[in-house]
Design a protein around this ligand. Structure first.
Ligand code: MSP
Length: 535
């Protein structure tokens, strides 16, 4: 049966476009998981959704990495971009658009966009002098550098002095307009502490920034001066526009912004917030385009309390992690454990403890033992209980009644950890309820109706929990729904058109009498790996 939802507005979300100077790290996986979860939640509610990710392939950093490897930049990019796509597959992330900034269609959009800024009179030639961090692909202010001219983010890399004639974008023209926009749209930059950082930075006075480089081949030529190459960040931000256009249509800026623009949410790490919250809106104002809905900046991940980095030798390989523990475990841990917007830590012990407690014990065992009882006491069917007859103050129904609103609010504020704890509170209450009511003993006493009432309430709570958590743990959601007798696939992008969000999010939807599936553990307990014996 296909359900036809009321028309919902389109919703678009992006991750940053990742540099292909190395394989994807856990930071890139973190943002992309978050974007996928939001996209899945909006799909569940029946919105047309476009989730965009991709790779940022131009610039000096990539050119140098390719040279060091002895391959052409394009060969290098092809190889590394494939690594990103592979990881997204492993993490059960099915993006709608994967944009690569070296694609010829992107060049067309970049040229058109540049032309708009040029015609507006916002581009001029000037002299660029300053310290450049190739790893950030950004000029740094002297006062922000560490002693010995090192970048504060890439502490092992000295910045390089540049003195060249470049094209500049008149960012300073947009000082007032930006400040007015921030004031009128207090939710534009989130979370609040990040917004305050941006506002105080802007208040100090905006300076024009160079949008081209000389002596760099790896990038698109400046349309009005092919001796110069467009700055990688100028080109990269425009990737968000190129990604919007249906790849089967010939590229044009007008068509690119026809359906999905303005994008609802750009997710970024805190190190690249200024590009997204200051440069990008000013470029869009100059091009005469409306601004995106919000820019949400998340924190940084550390490992065992230490900053992660190749030089520290403590990087966390997302491919190894997902191959060992599976996609739902990785997705759940990072979103449940770390408040989105704040810094957070990965420790394998904590990872295993959280997953065993929440997914294996609280959720998985609850379903397993309740299903087995329903098999024995109710002939393998959902108990014949009319949910309308269950009192509104029933301990589980009471939680289930307010849960959809709490969870929807938390998803739309990207408060993933709150989503998980709110849903888990229903699961924990269900375990307590089951133990207190002891349906096995009710059954022995011949109290069939009471037994069924208990089992219905618990099975229904597990169903509601699985549905509301399905954007975070779609694999487990699918298994739970199958075991409860549904034929529904949470990986189906048209899910919001097939089933009603209103029906499934609400407590009391589980159809009485529905044949249940086979009980099987939905999440295997994890064991801490054996410590490696020292030689
Ligand atoms: N190419 C630019 C983005 C252009 S968007 C038009 C870029 N790429 S990146 O690959 O270096 O970084 C991508 C994202 O990873 C950034 O949002 C950055 O904040 C994030 N992270 C890098 N290290 C991180 C952690 N240790 N933890 C969490 N996120 C981190 O910047």
């Amino acid at each position: 049966m296909t359900f036809t939802p009321v028309d919902k507005p389109p919703f678009a979300i992006t991750t940053p476009l990742y540099y292909v100077n190395g394989l994807p790290h856990i930071g890139s996986a973190y943002t992309t998981i978050a974007a996928d979860v939001v996209a899945r939640f909006y799909r569940l509610m029946g919105h047309p959704v476009l989730m965009i990710t991709g790779t940022d392939e131009h610039g000096q950093k990539i050119q140098r990495t390719a040279e060091e490897r002895g391959v052409s930049p394009q060969e290098h990019c092809d190889e590394f971009a494939a690594g990103f796509e592979r990881l997204w597959g492993l993490l059960n992330i099915d993006c709608d658009r994967f944009i690569r900034t070296t694609s010829p269609r992107h060049n067309t959009i970049v040229n058109e966009f540049f032309q708009r800024l040029w015609e507006r009179g916002d581009v001029y030639k000037g002299q660029q002098q300053g310290w450049y961090c190739v790893s950030c692909e950004e000029f740094k202010e002297e006062r922000d550098l560490l002693p010995n001219q090192h970048c504060a983010i890439h502490t092992n890399k000295p910045v390089e002095w540049r003195d060249e004639s470049n094209y500049f974008f008149k960012l300073s023209n947009y000082q007032e307009q930006l400040e007015q926009f921030y004031a009128e749209h207090p939710d534009f930059i989130q979370p609040e502490p990040r917004r305050n950082e941006v506002l105080s930075f802007v208040k100090r006075g905006l300076q024009d920034f160079s949008i081209s480089r000389i002596n760099l081949d790896w990038g698109f030529p400046v349309p009005t001066d092919p001796d110069q190459t467009l700055y990688v960040w100028f080109d990269a931000l425009l990737g968000y526009l190129t990604a919007l256009q249906d790849p089967s249509e010939p590229p044009s800026l007008e068509r690119a912004v026809a359906k999905w623009w303005p994008i609802d949410i750009h997710l970024t790490g805190k190190d690249i917030l200024r590009f997204h919250a200051i440069s990008w809106p000013a470029m869009l104002m100059s091009a005469g385009l409306p601004l995106p809905g919000r820019i949400f900046s998340h924190g940084f991940l550390t490992k065992d309390g230490q900053k992660m980095g190749k030089s520290q030798g403590n990087t966390l390989d997302p491919v190894a992690l997902v191959e060992t523990y599976g996609p739902d475990a990785v997705r759940y841990y990072f979103l449940r454990e770390i408040e989105f917007g704040k810094d957070g830590d990965f420790s394998e012990t904590r990872f295993i403890n959280v997953l065993n407690a929440d997914l294996a014990n609280d959720l998985g065992n609850l379903l397993n033992r309740t299903l087995k009882m329903a098999g024995r006491y109710c002939e393998g069917r959902v108990p014949e209980v009319d949910p309308q007859t269950i009192a509104a103050d029933h301990p589980l129904r009471a939680i289930g009644l307010s849960l959809p609103e709490t969870v929807a609010g938390a998803y739309s504020h990207l408060a993933f950890s709150q989503v998980c704890t709110a849903v888990l509170s229903l699961v924990q209450a269900s375990n307590k309820f089951l133990d207190e009511q002891a349906p096995w003993s009710l059954y022995k006493q011949g109290k069939q109706a009471e037994t069924e009432a208990v089992l219905y309430a618990v099975l229904e709570s597990v169903r509601q929990a699985a549905y509301l958590l399905s954007p975070v743990i779609p694999g487990i959601g699918n298994q739970i729904y199958t075991q409860l007798g549904f034929a529904i696939d949470f990986d189906d992008k048209a899910i919001g058109q097939r089933i009603s969000y209103g029906d499934h999010a609400a407590w009391g939807y589980l159809p009485p009498g529905q044949r249940l599936g086979e009980a099987a553990p939905v999440f295997q307990r994890l064991e801490l790996p054996e410590p490696v014996a020292s030689p």
